[in-house]
Design a protein around this ligand. Structure first.
Ligand SMILES: NC(=O)c1ccc[n+]([C@@H]2O[C@H](COP(=O)([O-])OP(=O)(O)OC[C@H]3O[C@@H](n4cnc5c(N)ncnc54)[C@H](O)[C@@H]3O)[C@@H](O)[C@H]2O)c1
Length: 325
């Protein structure tokens, strides 16, 4: 039998703190050689990009493949989300697909979760910091949820050129019990925030790197192709750079690849992979003045770990529909 889980089923059982735990264990596996993570395959139909993302986590007993598409004109042209996905979860012992689940909510959750884990290891530790979110779309919401798990925030600032989206963002996140304020410019966000998340559909830099204050931590998750970037060369050069995967960032992250192509930095600028911080093999933040930058292009291990968590919780709660395919 194959269990089918719709978006609402996934949302019902998936919680940010638990997802961060699963994702953190997956990143530890990645640098412990118990994970199998082929580089994802990308195909570009006219409307967007379609990605095929398999992975296996031996210790977590999780094997799955996600098909995810990013079609930037979907919201305006078709009234559909930019990012759509489905996950096929398999039984590692038999190889059989035991669950097919919606991957849209799961993607946003696991993308938030990895930023939450990076924030835990890289942001300053003081309470009362202000989060600054670039973009107020689907991913941005989960970025704030995750940062709010990692640190006790006093406020969140949001910048998005589309004002209605900012209103929806603040309404949807009311349960965080946090003051959420829309700001008029990227500069206002940089002036007021300590922990920044770049979670936009932009493909050119969102702000001037010299304007970032010392002590800031940045999570960059929006861009994930060689020619697109949300972060300029200046801020990448000023930052202690941590990658989700060095190999993936060196082949997919314009934020890193463009400064390397310009000759401003070399691949040695990568201080560590996230898993190395988790296992204590490399230091995270070393001073209150340092600017830290976590770059995530998104890895299948995040999906696989999260899908296994969702499946186990759904089975325990008796949620979903089982069918014989
Ligand atoms: N790294 C990962 O693992 C990962 C995972 C999923 C999606 N993504 C990427 O994240 C990006 C956002 O995805 P989404 O699903 O949230 O899309 P979305 O369409 O829901 O939201 C994107 C938002 O960015 C805003 N925006 C565009 N340019 C901006 C700018 N210069 N400054 C501030 N805001 C700006 C848009 O107005 C929109 O509200 C996409 O590029 C997607 O490919 C990355």
């Amino acid at each position: 039998m194959t269990l089918l889980l719709a978006r609402d089923d996934v949302a019902q059982v998936l919680d940010m703190a638990d997802c961060m735990g699963a994702v953190e264990r997956a990143f530890a596996e990645l640098v412990s050689d118990t994970a199998v993570l082929p580089l994802r395959i990308g195909i570009k139909p006219p409307g967007g990009i379609s990605l095929y993302m398999p992975a296996y986590l031996k210790e977590s007993g999780a094997l799955a493949c996600k098909v995810v598409t990013v079609y930037k004109d979907n919201p305006t042209k078709h009234g559909m989300p930019t990012t759509i996905g489905k996950v096929l979860l398999q039984d590692p012992e038999t190889g059989d697909v035991i669950c097919i689940m919606d991957g849209g909510y799961l993607t946003a959750m696991r993308t938030g979760a990895v930023s939450g884990v990076a924030t835990k290891y890289l942001a300053r530790e003081d309470d009362g910091q202000v989060a600054g979110i670039f973009g107020a779309g689907v991913q941005a919401r989960m970025q704030l949820r995750a940062v709010a798990v990692a640190r006790k925030l006093s406020k969140a600032l949001v910048y998005d050129p589309v004002p209605e989206v900012v209103e929806g963002f603040a309404n949807e996140l009311r349960d965080l019990d946090l003051e959420i304020v829309g700001v008029e410019s990227p500069e206002a966000l940089l002036e007021g925030a300590d922990i920044l998340c770049a979670a936009t559909s932009a493909s050119t830099p969102l702000f001037e790197g010299n304007a970032v204050r010392p002590g800031t931590h940045i999570n960059g998750i929006g861009s994930h192709t060689p020619n697109a970037r949300e972060l300029d060369t200046t801020i990448v050069k000023r930052s202690k750079f941590v990658a989700d995967s060095a190999e993936a960032c060196l082949s997919e992250a314009g934020d890193l690849m463009i400064p390397i192509d310009e000759g401003a930095i070399t691949a040695d600028h990568i201080h560590a992979e996230l898993g190395e911080l988790i296992l204590g093999r490399k230091p995270g933040r070393e001073s209150a003045e340092e600017i830290t930058l976590f770059k995530s292009v998104g890895l299948a291990i995040q999906d696989v770990a999260t899908a296994k968590l969702v499946y186990d919780k759904a089975v325990e709660a008796g949620i979903g529909t089982s069918i014989e395919l």
